[in-house]
Ligand binder design. Structure first.
Ligand code: OAD
Length: 255
């Protein structure tokens, strides 16, 4: 672990953790810009996660999200998710999680999530009248290419995933809460994002502009790297447990 990372984390009392798809990678959830797997490898997620894809073929988009929901339901949070939840529970530490991910792995590891910047896979709503829907994804042993989405019980419109598609606005409350948390933090930890989708990607820069130290955890270079004060070329499931364990050990030693 880069000593400078521990030096920044040790005194931090207001920690804002921004996560991207790399945070879920070691739970077996493919990231956006790595190759898609299986049936979907010939589709570009950046084309499926769009209003136009939904308008032209809701059955294909619904099948893709049903497949992803099945992946997430079959996945488990890893040691990095659990380490963040443990850190969040430490007395005297106010740790907020703002994620671009639409999965629920942070929550299933025990973290409170301040902001789902790109919505949530498991929050369904009517694409016509916007009413919340209590429909659910079908259990799919095998991915299928097309699946009729459920229909809204109120207006009969097709039900869609409550995720942000390209060209759609982010949930304003989530985004503004994340901006406040990043700017008020005394440490921002950016884990597993390529940092190229705005406005979520502006958060580390907004923090840095306020003089908040920014640490990146990512095995590869990203658009966040240049804004980071410290870059930790490691994966989420190895770096986060190591960091929280080191903080716990120091706390024990100082008792
Ligand atoms: P990307 O797929 O763009 O980037 C994933 C990042 O995670 C890359 O920088 C990888 O190097 C890094 N990574 C891979 N494995 C990792 C690991 N084990 N530990 C840590 N980092 C790892 O995903 P995002 O940056 O999250 O938006 O993409 C941002 C947005 O683009 C998504 O929220 C989605 C997508 O379109 C919408 O759907 C609106």
């Amino acid at each position: 672990m880069p000593p400078a990372v521990l030096d920044l984390a040790r005194p931090a009392r207001r920690v804002c953790v921004l996560t991207g798809a790399g945070m879920s990678a070691e739970s077996g959830i493919p990231t956006f810009r790595d190759a898609q797997v299986g049936l979907w490898e010939r589709f570009d997620p950046l084309e499926l996660a769009t209003l136009s894809a939904w308008a032209s073929d809701p059955g294909q988009v619904w099948a893709w999200y049903a497949w992803r929901a099945g992946l997430v339901a079959g996945a488990r949070p890893h040691a990095g998710h659990r380490a963040l939840a443990r850190w969040q529970r430490r007395p005297g530490v106010d740790l907020t999680v703002a994620t671009q991910n639409v999965d629920d792995l942070h929550e299933r590891a025990g973290s409170d999530v301040l902001a789902h910047l790109h919505g949530s896979l498991f929050v369904l709503r009517c694409s016509a009248c916007d009413r919340a829907s209590d429909a659910s994804y079908p259990v799919m042993p095998e991915p299928v290419a097309r699946l009729d989405p459920p229909t809204c019980t109120s207006c009969g419109g097709p039900v869609r995933p409550g995720v942000v598609w390209f060209g759609e606005a982010l949930p304003e409350d989530d985004f503004l809460s994340a901006v406040d948390a990043a700017q008020a933090a005394d440490l921002v930890l950016v884990v597993g994002t390529s940092g190229i989708v705005h406005p979520a990607a502006t958060l580390p820069h907004l923090a840095g502009a306020r003089g908040v130290p920014v640490v990146e955890v990512n095995p590869r270079e990203s658009a966040v790297s240049e804004a980071a004060d410290e870059v930790w070329r490691a994966t989420a499931a190895t770096a986060l447990p190591a960091l929280v364990e080191a903080l716990d050990d120091e706390r024990e030693a100082s008792r």
